[in-house]
Write a new protein. Structure first.
Lengths: 242, 219
């Protein structure tokens, strides 16, 4: 979908939320849901940051690290891609305390989601680095650059552009996965919805609002990543023409 | 001792039975996703004015959490007098969610068909039903089988969400064992290992399937 359609969709979604908020059947639930949404956004942002760090580290370790580091990174990626996010969340929440490590639920949520998405992200980073044209690598070698120099100055800035769209998809996945944290007692948007639904049985108004709120958040991420991509590739095109 | 082998072997049969429920949910859910996704993708091409509606619908389904969709279907159907048991509601939600993803995969497959194939079908006066069944689908499906396979694995890894509406699948069973015995280490770890094993095996299968299909199309 084009960026204009996405913006239109976002405006429509926000408009519908605003219109529903004028009705008493809906406005009743809005404050509680917004409170939940704040926690959802916090977890999503912190999780995404952790995912970026883990993704880059794991990719670099797998590509250039010494053998033990490479194996460690491979095991990390395979474990977190091979099991489901909910299993990881429950494992950190229920099993880790039995080993004497008790983390609070918020930390578990950020850790589990960040590590999970980071594992997928490492493949994105790896693919993007490998997609940089071979001539660029050869030119770096010809210029006698060290490997860190080569990566930092030549390869990563170009790989960055190729990484933006897949990372956008991963951020959406992470945002959607935050709904899982409601199952480990955190009162995020999904938890509030569940709770209000059990108390009032007003399923349709509550879940309509919640779905629209998640939609609006996802659209903000998608639009933001599209703009970032446009900006980043603009610089690249200019560089090529010169 | 943190890990008790005797306990692990004791709960293994219980978990194995629950794993069958997870696999059932995966297969039914994926059958639903694959067929509904194909219908969405075909309708989008065959009936042009539905294009916009379908892409908004797909966007809507893909950008909201599956967990919320599961809750929604589970709690909303009774409001209209249709009472679905948890398994049906959950599998239906998973199927619809992944149908949205699958429809995009099919669309990519259709987009890759050379325009001449469509034009030749029109020139031969084939109906759109025959065009799809005999010309387009046989060419479009094989290249996208690996992509569909990846979604099958992704769908399988989402089945633990069904535990949120108390379907007795693997995760729910592990949780119940955990809360009954206060031992979470063995059941949770075994569930994790089961998913890991299944994912690794299916990754190998998909890769060899991909190779097989590549060889066939090369010829």
């Amino acid at each position: 979908m084009g960026i204009r359609t996405l913006v239109t969709l976002l405006i429509v979604a926000l408009g519908v939320i605003a219109a529903l908020a004028t009705q008493e059947a809906y406005s009743l639930f809005l404050p509680g849901l917004l409170q939940g949404a704040v926690l959802t956004i916090e977890i999503a942002i912190l999780g995404s940051l952790l995912a970026i760090v883990m993704g880059v580290l794991a990719a670099l370790a797998r590509m250039y690290g010494p053998a033990p580091l490479r194996w460690l990174a491979t095991v990390y990626v395979e474990i977190f891609r091979g099991t489901s996010a909910l299993v990881q969340l429950f494992w950190l929440f229920f099993v880790l305390p039995q080993f004497g490590v008790t983390l609070n639920a918020f930390l578990v949520a950020v850790l589990a989601l960040g590590l999970n998405v980071g594992a997928y992200g490492s493949e994105v980073v790896r693919g993007a680095i490998q997609s940089v044209a071979r001539g660029q690598w050869e030119a770096c070698t010809a210029l006698n650059m060290s490997r860190p120099q080569m990566l930092r100055r030549i390869i990563l800035p170009q790989a960055f552009v190729a990484m933006i769209p897949p990372w956008g998809n991963l951020f959406i996945e992470l945002l959607k996965s935050t709904a899982l944290v409601s199952l480990i007692t955190l009162s995020d948007l999904a938890f509030k919805a569940q709770q209000m639904n059990q108390n009032t049985f007003k399923t349709i108004p509550i879940f309509t609002l919640v779905l629209l709120m998640y939609l609006a958040m996802s659209l903000v991420v998608t639009i933001g990543m599209r703009l970032l991509e446009r900006r980043a590739s603009l610089g690249l095109a200019r560089g090529k023409a010169a | 001792m943190i890990w008790d082998w005797a306990f692990a072997f004791e709960i293994l049969p219980v978990l194995a039975r629950a794993a069958i429920v997870s696999i059932e949910a995966t297969l039914i859910g994926f059958a639903l996703a694959a067929s509904l996704g194909l219908v969405l993708a075909v309708v989008r091409i065959a009936v042009p004015w539905t294009g916009w509606t379908i892409s908004v619908l797909v966007e809507l389904i893909r950008s909201t959490p599956l967990l919320i969709q599961i809750f929604f279907l589970y709690f909303v159907f009774p409001k209209f007098g249709v009472v679905l048991d948890a398994f049906t509601a959950g599998v239906l939600a998973i199927g619809i969610h992944y149908a949205a993803y699958c429809s995009e995969v099919y669309r990519a497959g259709f987009d890759n068909i050379h325009r001449g194939q469509w034009e030749a079908s029109i020139a031969l006066n084939l109906s759109s039903w025959t065009t799809f069944r005999d010309i387009i689908i046989p060419q479009a499906i094989p290249p996208i089988v690996p992509a569909l396979g990846n979604y099958l694995v992704a769908l399988f890894k989402e089945t633990p969400l069904l535990s949120a509406i108390a379907v007795m699948e693997l995760m729910q069973t592990a949780k119940i064992i955990g809360s009954d015995t206060f031992r979470y280490t063995e059941p949770m770890t075994l569930v994790g290992l089961f998913f890991l094993a299944m994912s690794l095996v299916s990754a190998v299968l998909i890769r060899s399937l991909e190779r097989l299909l590549n060889r066939r199309t090369m010829r």
